[in-house]
Design a protein around this ligand. Structure first.
Ligand code: ZN
Length: 399
């Protein structure tokens, strides 16, 4: 089949990809900014080679060294670590992490409990919408609630997205600070055995939760039809278990079981039942004040891998690395474009290198666009860094 990706050919294709397509210059500039005041050479890179050989504590001083390392080692996967006080080395047990972008990892496997279209490594345009919602909600919260500006969004190459916050304040944030940001953004709690995982209390909702709900509302009914959360017996049971009020739950059960299987119809009927129930029962319904919102959050709010965010030296896949299993490029994208992004639009190493593949021209263009978006983020980061250094210099002159 023309254009079919074959993992066995990766070692042959990668040298050309790294030379011709990987944006080495802008990549080094991005890492440099994140390294200030320490040099680029104190940043850890890690390579996964063919046959899963794993090399940690690599580092480079400039683009030339990166190119040499790429050609010498031909990494099948490229990860980025923290910035140390010394050149990273496996032998240096006394080295200290000084800086690290604040990172977020959102993966569709964490949605297996709710998505019905795919499981595990599989992903399709339907479940991709969960990633679109996650990206919009997290991006907004980082900008509006924390004031961060230098945010890079990257497709993980298979079934998820990564977010890198490069603002100085984010880079030097300590572990408890990272934990606090992660906890602030986490609304879904509890393991597999917990049915109801969201509790929004009964006070006025925090503006960030309101904002997240506004975003979810743009997609909720569409996702309901895509995923049919409540159309199967198991799906309906799981839904009913989220209703903590016994009377409302049994009324809902009776009504929904008689309805056709359409989740949208069942949902709309539940809403009208819930509203009537609240009107008739007044103060008794305080504990279900935000039940509708809680259910929406449980099905659609971002599910973060908080350990990745909390950890100071957690490695994360680099932008423009190739996913060895799919051949897809970890492209950078604009959060405002996430909704329009289709998985089939993502360039693969094959479609870039072999112009006889059907998608080649389109993928070449998408790759260029992605590099351009990356450039814009790096330019704005460099500008912010220059201003911060100037402000710091003025401050020290004053004393
Ligand atoms: Zn799917």
């Amino acid at each position: 089949m023309v254009g079919h990706y074959d993992e066995n050919l990766l070692s042959d294709m990668l040298p050309l990809y790294y030379t011709k397509y990987f944006p080495q210059n802008i990549f080094c500039r991005w890492l440099c900014c994140g390294c200030s005041p320490q040099p680029l050479s104190n940043r850890e890179l890690s390579f996964t080679l063919a046959d899963d050989v794993y090399l940690r504590y690599l580092s480079i001083s400039d683009q030339k060294e990166l190119q040499t390392l790429f050609q010498k080692k031909c990494p099948h996967k490229l990860d980025i670590g923290a910035v140390y006080n010394t050149k990273p080395s496996i032998a240096r047990h006394d080295s200290v992490v000084l800086a690290r972008e604040l990172v977020f990892d959102i993966d569709l496997t964490d949605y297996d409990e709710v998505r019905t279209c795919c499981k595990e490594a599989k992903v399709c345009e339907k479940c991709w919408k969960f990633m679109v919602i996650a990206c919009e909600i997290i991006d907004k919260a980082l900008k509006d609630d924390f004031g961060f500006q230098n945010i890079l969004w990257v497709f993980s190459g298979r079934r998820g997205i990564h977010c890198w916050v490069s603002d100085y304040e984010a880079r030097v944030l300590d572990s408890p600070g990272r934990g606090a940001v992660a906890d602030y953004l986490c609304l879904i709690m509890g393991g597999d055995n917990q049915n109801k995982k969201v509790n929004l209390g009964n006070d006025n909702l925090h503006t960030s939760i309101r904002r997240a709900l506004d975003i979810i509302d743009k997609y909720f009914e569409e996702i309901l039809q895509d995923q049919e959360f409540f159309s199967t017996n198991d799906g309906l049971k799981a839904f009913l278990k989220q209703i903590p009020d016994d009377n409302l739950r049994s009324q809902t059960e009776k009504k929904l079981e008689k309805l056709p299987e359409s989740s949208l119809e069942r949902w709309r009927n539940f809403i009208s039942l819930y509203e009537t129930y609240c009107r008739e029962n007044g103060f008794a319904v305080r504990k279900i004040k935000y039940l509708v919102e809680e259910i929406k959050v449980q099905y659609c709010y971002p599910r973060l891998d908080v350990n990745v965010t909390k950890g100071f030296n957690h490695l994360l896949k680099s932008p423009f690395s190739i996913h060895p299993k799919t051949g897809k490029v970890s492209v950078v994208f604009k959060p405002t474009n996430a909704r329009k992004m289709k998985l089939s639009d993502v360039p693969t190493i094959q479609s870039l290198l072999d112009d006889s593949t059907a998608d080649s021209t389109e993928h070449q263009n998408n790759m260029k666009t992605s590099v351009k978006i990356f450039q814009e983020v790096v330019f704005s980061l460099e500008k912010a860094e220059a201003m911060r250094r100037k402000a710091d210099a003025n401050m020290s002159l004053e004393f």
